[in-house]
Design a protein around this ligand. Structure first.
Ligand code: UGA
Length: 447
């Protein structure tokens, strides 16, 4: 198929590269001319495992091209995916101005039939607005523009793998033809014909289930999924607080409840809480949507509040050990919002650094990928380019993300250079006994 992907951020670029890998001819379109130039030259402006390989592959075999002109990209296209940003508006609602603009431009530029697919996370009923915008702006005769919703469930850090091995595909459609086009788009995945860069071989396993529904329901599935996943995290974090008061262990509680298949182990990792460009924003947007619809969803407001308190909890734990934080040197390992990404949006590490700096502490940080982005996002952290240097003379070291590289560090070397061998494991992932054997005092979240 010939596919146009509008927006080349984390979602759009992954979709474009993966669809080209599946055999489609894909044009990635973006208003940012510099980004298009960089991508056309094979430079991927973000870190995401395997994405660079797929972009190079697509450029090499000609299946993936990048353009600034939507009109040029649309010539002959059957499907257009909208992957532009939906940031938070003034009242917590999703700001859909970029989506609306793309819908207008698609209608103006389309010269033949086109399936317009929302992939950006949007509030329920956005599809109806897109359809109305397409109908009122389109050139009319012969230009049949249909809308569909196909939400993505990719996590940063494993987006390529999540795209090629989805748990499920959700097709929100208004016609059998729309469904057929989406099935054709994902045919290699549905028929398990993928040569996967993640496993470097043809992939085994069953085809993912396809949930075919109406557009509004598909939109709601995406928001509900992210809201529920965030709710699980805040739930276990409250349990963690309780464990600390009662002398129990939150990780063991998570194991104990998570092995019940009705609950599931995923997203029950207590710690510094959730960040990123999705959960914080989507919760707010979902609450705003529910409010507009007359449903009180303050459950989710509480989820956000619990999450914000995780940083207070970490500061409190450090204060209990160090007494006064002023002039203390604190080392942060992991500055992105999670491992395997360079994305620092709403990263708990950055919020923690700001709080510590406000207390007068001196904060240094290291991340295997996100150093430069963290340095431009905040002045609260002196970013260094080495995990060992960050720990030198530190009064405490906080593990803010669970990069596997951190577990593999030479902790005996770190122990020798720290002023005080105190580690706060903000993600409860490091082998506590191993660090204690080197002489560290190890604090965890929820134990
Ligand atoms: C999230 C969803 O997981 C994806 O399914 C969805 O497609 C994506 O949002 C999106 O809407 O685009 P993402 O934000 O990339 O993906 O990353 P997650 O792996 O979900 O992690 C989010 C945050 O929660 C991270 O800060 C992570 O450290 C934190 N987290 C996660 C916890 O604190 N505990 C957990 O048990 C799991």
């Amino acid at each position: 198929m010939q596919v146009v992907v509008i927006g080349t951020g984390y979602v759009g670029l992954t979709a474009a590269a993966c669809l080209a890998h599946l055999g489609h001819t894909v044009f990635g379109v973006d208003d940012d001319a510099q980004k298009i130039q960089a991508l056309s030259a094979g430079r991927v402006p973000l870190y995401e495992p395997h994405l660079g390989e797929l972009v190079q592959e697509g450029r090499g075999n000609g299946r993936l091209r990048f353009l600034s002109s939507l009109a040029d990209a649309l010539t002959g296209a059957e499907v257009a995916l909208i992957c532009v940003g939906t940031p938070i508006g003034a009242k917590g609602e999703a700001d859909l101005s970029a989506v609306e603009k793309v819908a207008r431009r698609l209608a103006e530029a389309a010269t033949g039939p086109l399936l317009v697919v929302e992939k950006s996370t949007v509030p329920a009923q956005t599809g109806q607005w897109i359809a109305r915008t397409l109908a009122t702006t389109s050139k009319g005769a012969g230009v049949d523009l249909e809308v569909a919703s196909n939400p993505e469930f990719q996590r940063e850090g494993s987006a390529v793998s999540d795209f090629l091995h989805p748990d499920r595909l959700v097709f929100g459609v208004s016609s059998a033809q729309g469904e057929a086009q989406l099935r054709a788009l994902y045919a290699p995945i549905l028929e398990r014909r993928i040569n996967c860069p993640v496993h470097a071989q043809a992939c085994p396993g069953a085809a993912p289930p396809v949930i075919v529904t109406d557009i509004t329901t598909a939109e709601l599935i995406k928001h509900a999924a992210n809201s529920f996943l965030a709710t699980k995290i805040s739930f276990i974090n409250l349990i963690a607080d309780l464990c600390e008061r009662l002398g129990a262990d939150a990780s063991a509680v998570a194991e104990g409840v998570g092995t019940d298949p009705r609950i599931g182990r995923a997203n029950l990792q207590a710690g510094l809480g959730f960040g990123g460009s999705c959960f914080p924003k989507d919760l707010q947007a979902f609450v705003a949507l529910a409010q507009q619809a007359g449903v009180d969803f303050n459950l989710l407001e509480e989820v956000s509040r619990i999450n914000a308190r995780r940083i207070d909890r970490a500061v409190e734990k450090l204060r209990q050990e160090l007494w006064v934080l002023k002039d203390k040197e604190i080392a942060l390992l992991g500055l992105a919002f999670k491992p395997e990404t360079d994305d620092v949006r709403n990263a708990p590490a950055l919020a923690l650094a700001e709080r510590l700096k406000a207390e007068g502490a001196v904060v240094r940080g290291y991340d295997p990928q996100a150093g430069p982005r963290a340095a431009s996002a905040t002045r609260a952290i002196a970013v260094v380019s080495d995990a060992y240097r960050v720990a030198e003379n530190a009064d405490a070291l906080v593990l803010c993300t669970e990069w596997p590289d951190f577990a593999a560090l030479d902790w005996s070397r770190i122990h020798k250079t720290m002023r005080r061998p105190l580690v706060l494991d903000g993600r409860n992932f490091i082998d506590r006994a191993k660090l204690e054997a080197f002489g560290f005092r190890v604090l965890r979240m929820g134990a």
